[in-house]
Design a binder for this molecule. Sequence first.
Ligand SMILES: Nc1ncnc2c1ncn2[C@@H]1O[C@H](COP(=O)(O)OP(=O)(O)OP(=O)(O)O)[C@@H](O)[C@H]1O
Ligand SMILES: [Mg+2]
Length: 289
Amino acid sequence: MSCLPTVLTEPDFYAKTHSTLGDMHRGIEGRVRKSGLVLVQMNNIKLALTKGGGLWETAYEESGMNVLVFASRKGGSGKSTLAAHLASYIANPSRKTLLIDNDPQGSLSLWHKIRDQEHLGLRHNVRNLGDALRDAKRDGYEWVLIDTPPNKSPIVAEAIKHATLVIIPARASLFDIAALQDTVAFAREMRKPYAAVINAAPAKHGDKEDPVVADARGALNALQVPVWAGQITHRPELTLSLATGEGAGEYKPNSQGAEEIGRLWTALERSLNAIHNTYKKAGGSSRAA
Ligand SMILES: Nc1ncnc2c1ncn2[C@@H]1O[C@H](COP(=O)(O)OP(=O)(O)OP(=O)(O)O)[C@@H](O)[C@H]1O
Ligand SMILES: [Mg+2]
């Protein structure tokens, strides 16, 4: 596929575990491939294109608007936390960002209410996501982040259906990895690019990941689940900031938590660019499908 050489040059998305575990990571075409976030996403897209999946159903997908969906059946994995920190990290006057809180628990709505900042829009319990996203596009939103409940409900399925990228936060635990597979199955079924993000992890020891994290990464690799090469560590600023309606960078600039959120953002942004480029390159044939 023409996009692969470019993708392979993007180190952020290249899982560092590829030397051993990566050998287990087979691509959809059956070739042995090294593991990497974008690489697997590209395979998903390619599969969708070859099977005639409706990738271009919606105007906002064509337009390049980014819809990030935070999903995991596992409660407490960090969906709302990551959505809030990333939203606060990216929202600014020249980058209109919308949060859609489709979890009836309303965590993000509460956070947004406390927050005193106008660059971040909020909608809660949206029934018709397709219409809401078209409105968002019309209103000039560039980024939409959707939080979902910890289950396998139609709310989650609908959000994934509209996703540009599904982000699946996972703690480094057996229970999280086990539960994540349902969400992965949803994303695969709907032929959507997805990636796990290891969250609330024990801190690194210098450059070295904690064995618990390395183990979780190994399990994700074995399951062929693309996973971000970095981690979001369990840090007080990532919790305390939410109570004041802030993100980590607003609450404690230059904190390690803020830096990690920034790194995750960079990885996501590059990944989304790669996804959009792939769609663009494949545009004619997918539209006809
Ligand atoms: N990286 C982190 N560091 C510190 N605390 C964290 C981190 N990630 C999540 N938490 C805390 O863990 C708890 C659960 O996180 P969160 O509410 O984001 O999970 P969730 O997946 O949205 O849960 P639910 O499925 O119930 O909606 C919260 O109290 C949050 O503050
Ligand atoms: Mg939540």
